[in-house]
Write a protein that binds this ligand. Sequence first.
Ligand code: GDP
Ligand code: MG
Length: 309
Amino acid sequence: MISKLKQKLSRTREGIVGKVKASVSSRKEINEDLYEELEEILISGDLGVDLSLNMIEEIREKVTDLGVKKPENIIKFFKSAMLKTLDGESSKVQPKINDSYFSPGIKPYVIMVVGVNGTGKTTTIGKLAAHFCRHNKKVLLSAADTFRAAASEQLEIWAKRAGVDIIRNQPGADPAAVAFDSLQAATSRDVDVLIVDTAGRLHTKSNLMEELKKIHRVLGKVIPEAPHETLLVLDATTGQNGLNQAKQFTQAVGVNGIVLTKLDGTAKGGIVLSISNELGLPVKFIGVGEQVDDLESFDSTEFIEALFQ
Ligand SMILES: Nc1nc2c(ncn2[C@@H]2O[C@H](COP(=O)(O)OP(=O)(O)O)[C@@H](O)[C@H]2O)c(=O)[nH]1
Ligand SMILES: [Mg+2]
C-alpha cells in the first residue's frame, strides 16, 4: 500500500521532502540561510505561505528548545509538523471505501459530486462506483451534467466499466430533473448508493451555483437528508486556486469533504496540507492516476510515510 503510494506520489516526494533532505544534508550547521531555503521549498510545494511560515517557526522553536545542532536532525521535526497539520480536527482518519463507509440503514446513500470542469469529477465517480461495487453495493449513477453531450457519454463509459446502471437524459435537459428522476429510480430499484455527477461550467457561469443549489434542493425533496454527502473535487495541479473554488462551492451547496485528484502529476502535493489548514474540510479521497484503481481513501499517516520513507 505505502509502496504504491510512494511511487504515485514520487513527484511530491522529490519536490518537497527530497529537496528538504538535500538542503539539510548540504549544510554543516543550522542557520538562517537554511531556514530560508526550507521556507521556499514549502511555499513552492504549495503548502501556502502562512502554513509554511508557521511550520518553520515551530521547527525553529524545537531546534532551540532541544539544542539540536545537526541539520539532518530536523527532518523528523518536519515530519511531525506535517502530520500534526493533517491530523487537525477536520482530518480525522477517513472511512475506507468498504462496508463501513455507509451508516447502516441509510439507503439509498446519496453522494453529490461538484467541482470545476476538468478537475476529475466524472473519473472519480467511475472509480468510486467500481469500488463500491466490489463491496457488493448496488450503485446507480446520475448524469446531471447535461450541458455537454460528451459529459454523460463519458459517465456512461465509466458505468459500463464498473458494471453499474446510469440515469441520463438528452443533452440540455434540466439537470435538477435528472437528479430527481435518478433518486426516485434509486429508491424504487433498491439501490445502496446513488452518485450524482454535475456540471462544472455553464454557458452563463454565474448560474452554476444556482443550478447546483437547485439540484441539492430537489434531492432533498425526495429524501429530506439527501444528499447525505457532497464531495468537492479539486485538481491538485491548480494549487492555491483550488482553495478559492472550494469557498464558492461550500457557500452554495455545503461540502462535506474534498477529493483531491491528480496528485500523481504534481510536485505540489503540499496542497493537501493547505486544504486541511485553511478549509477545515477533510480530504476524503485522493486521485493518483487515470485508472479505476487510482483512488485511495486518504490516510494522513500513510500519506506522510509515503513522502518520507
Ligand atoms: N493523472 C490523473 N489524471 C486524472 C485524475 N483524475 C482525473 N484525471 C483526468 O483528468 C481529466 C478530466 O477528468 P474528468 O473526470 O473528465 O473531469 P470533470 O470535468 O470534472 O468530470 C481526464 O483526462 C481524467 O483522466 C487523477 O487522479 N490523476
Ligand atoms: Mg465530467
